[in-house]
Structures are given as C-alpha cells and as structure tokens.
Design a protein around this ligand. Structure first.
Ligand SMILES: [Cu+2]
Length: 115
C-alpha cells in the first residue's frame, strides 16, 4: 500500500523525535521501495517529488534540493526497516513524503505538526 500508517506526527519544538519506517510490502525494491523524507517548511512537495524521480542513485533524494531535507531514512526494500532521530524544528507544519517515484503524488505523505 502506498501509504504511511501514521499520517500525522505531533511534537513540541526542540523535542527529540524517533521515526522507524518499515516496508511491509513484498514487491521487489526496484518496483516498490519506500522512504521517509521530512521536508523543511516552505518546500513544495510536488517540486521535490518531481525532482526526486530522476535520482535513483541517491535513493530518490535530489542532490539539488538536499537543503530542503530535515531528515531522511534509507530507501527500503520489502521487509527492511530504518530509524532516524531528529530534533523537532520551530512551531509549524512540515510535510513528510516517500520520494520513490509517484508515491508522494498518490498520497504517500503526511505531516509533522510542531506546537
Ligand atoms: Cu513509497
């Protein structure tokens, strides 16, 4: 399923947050991999996701938009898992997406609400 099971994460500014992503799918990694990419405020999700499509070599993280990424997991194949830790930024709403081609655009995204 091209969906995160958690669509919103709440945190307080400065709070330490741990996110573990597990790909529970069974399709091969080349066809259906997932990651968790938390984007800085003001990042256009469509622009980022579109730029990501051509960067398989970096796990679909566009080098030219590296400055827009707060934190990202590895790109995960079936059954794989990765954990990232970060400090919640200033109050606001931040998008997170899966940057595998097409996934964010069909709804594999969510928000981090910091307040
Ligand atoms: Cu995905």
């Amino acid at each position: 399923m091209m969906k995160f099971d958690v669509a919103n994460i709440d945190a307080a500014p400065g709070q330490k947050v741990t996110v573990t992503l597990t790909n529970i799918g069974t399709l091969p990694k080349a066809a259906m991999a997932h990651n968790f990419v938390l984007l800085k405020a003001g990042t256009d999700v469509t622009v980022f996701a579109t730029a990501a499509m051509t960067h398989a070599e970096t796990g679909y993280l566009p080098p030219e938009m590296a400055g827009n990424v707060i934190v990202a997991t590895r790109l995960l194949g079936p059954g794989e898992s990765d954990t990232v830790r970060f400090t919640a930024p200033a109050a606001g709403v931040y998008d997170f997406i899966c940057s595998f081609p097409g996934h964010a655009l069909v709804g594999m995204r969510g928000t981090l609400t910091v307040k």
